[in-house]
Design a protein around this ligand. Structure first.
Ligand SMILES: Nc1nc2c(ncn2[C@@H]2O[C@H](COP(=O)(O)OP(=O)(O)OP(=O)(O)O)[C@@H](O)[C@H]2O)c(=O)[nH]1
Ligand SMILES: [Mg+2]
Length: 445
């Protein structure tokens, strides 16, 4: 996410960070560079200028002050302004739930922006948060739209109200909310129809719908790849309909950051979630402080930890940890289980940006290790006998050749896997002493 922007920003700040003394000229130069980087990332002209002016106002006098590490302080100021620009330090901008359920949420936006996908992702997320979600299919223009939502609802395991063939949107939503109440749902997510661009017919329909069934939230779903267009679209929807929040989708692609950095300034509607993939898992709450951290390559360890807590099987993880600490240690079967759990976190690429100091080069290095590999490891381990899995020392040349035939992988790969497994064992042993654990902790954060 924001690869280019964050490469450039951290390079520019790297120039300033280490300095013991800052001249006014250096500060000015640095901020000019940052402004250029923002413009290149398709942040609006006004927003970029105000941003730099605000940092400059704070940084005035910084060169004269004989403070410790003035460069570091300047970086902190840039970080704080980035956080403010992205929506500030307030409480996480999740859905605001009505005191009397159900909370009704409209998802609006242009065609193809990701409304239907986002509705299903959000439903799955709310399901996990025990907010009893329910979906309503209010896109009456494309018959396939209803099918798409019904299919996704089934995938997410969430109830859905649909009336194929009916074109009275207000009626559908009214009955949908009733159906939701009947199903004891607490959150109703309404998937509306999109148009190619903002037009009066669409807005008229949404305004009428809003009057007939007042929503608690109107979330604009906008394609994050479209930069300033997304900002203009948000302004259009805000003026006509009053939006309460924004979901920026397709942030897993090479979105340059312009939309994320300008949409709050333009509408004062906070970005509440970002879409980070096509699957139902690809939705993250938007936390300005964490995103700013990622943009400056300061890492986002908190999001990583939350992701791990959500995706991993706690029991399995605890069992593995206990076994790893035991005298016997892990065997190959455990190795396979832990690899499978790791992969639940999503593709390695999506995790790398959350680790401090990780950048494109580091990513290239891990990429080679990724996608099909787990399938291969699986095939190799499954071709072993239970005794071999427990005690890899049994694996002599002829056994390795047999496993290669069984798994369809070359012997060299089996050797590599066994070497890695051995390495992991050494690592675990090192971690077993309290000292080792401490060292690990310090290294990771
Ligand atoms: N990579 C990626 N793709 C996404 C994301 N969100 C949605 N998409 C894709 O974008 C396309 C359009 O998504 P939809 O959810 O159908 O969009 P929509 O706004 O409902 O479209 P209409 O109903 O035609 O107005 C689909 O192919 C989705 O898989 C995302 O966060 N990342
Ligand atoms: Mg749709």
């Amino acid at each position: 996410m924001f690869d280019e922007l964050s490469e450039k920003l951290s390079a520019a700040l790297g120039q300033l960070r280490g300095r013991g003394v800052l001249s006014e000229e250096t500060v000015k130069d640095g901020l000019r560079t940052i402004r250029r980087i923002l413009l290149e990332a398709d942040v609006g002209f006004e927003v970029s200028r105000t941003f730099v002016e605000r940092v400059e106002a704070k940084a005035v006098g910084l060169p004269a002050l004989k403070t410790v590490a003035p460069g570091q302080q300047l970086v902190k100021m840039v970080y704080e302004e980035l956080v403010a620009l992205l929506g500030g330090n307030g409480p996480p901008a999740a859905i605001r739930f009505a005191s009397v359920p159900p909370t009704v949420v409209f998802l609006v936006g242009l065609q193809g922006s990701g409304k239907t996908t986002t509705a299903a992702k959000l439903a799955q997320r709310l399901q996990r948060e025990q907010k009893a979600p329910f979906l309503v299919a209010a896109d009456v223009y494309r018959p396939a739209a209803v099918d798409q939502l019904v299919l996704l609802a089934a995938k997410a395991g969430v109830g859905v109200h649909a009336e194929p063939g009916v074109t009275d949107v207000t009626g559908i939503v009214r009955r949908g909310v009733e159906a939701a109440k009947h199903a004891r749902a607490r959150t109703v997510l309404v998937d509306t129809a999109g148009r190619l661009q903002i037009d009066e017919a669409m807005m008229g329909e949404l305004v009428a719908l809003k009057a007939a069934v007042p929503p608690h939230e109107v979330l604009l779903v906008a394609d994050g790849m479209t930069g300033q267009d997304a900002v203009r679209i948000a302004q259009g929807f805000h003026a006509a309909l009053g939006i309460t929040g924004v979901v920026l989708t397709k942030m897993d692609g090479d979105a340059r950051g312009g939309a994320a950095l300008s949409v709050y300034a333009a509408t004062q509607a906070p970005i509440k979630y970002i879409g980070t993939g096509e699957s139902l898992e690809g939705l993250e709450p938007f936390r300005p402080d964490r995103i700013a951290g990622r943009m400056l390559q300061m890492g986002d360890v908190l999001t990583l930890v939350e992701k791990a807590e959500q995706s991993l099987d706690r029991e399995k993880a605890e069992l593995l940890a206990k076994k790893a600490m035991s005298k016997k240690g892990l065997d190959l079967e455990d190795f396979l289980v832990s690899l499978r759990e790791m992969h639940k976190l999503g593709p390695l690429e999506s995790l790398v940006g959350m680790l401090p100091g990780m950048n494109k080069q580091a990513l290239q290095a891990v990429k080679g290790a990724d996608p099909k590999r787990i399938k291969h490891v699986e095939a190799i381990v499954l071709s072993m006998t239970p005794a071999e899995r427990r005690d890899p020392a049994l694996l002599d040349g002829s056994r390795r050749a047999r496993i290669a035939r069984g798994s369809g992988r070359p012997v060299s790969e089996i050797n590599r896997l066994l070497a890695q497994f051995k390495e992991m064992g050494r690592f675990m042993k090192g971690a077993k002493s309290a000292k080792g654990l401490n060292r690990l902790g310090r290294g990771a954060f």
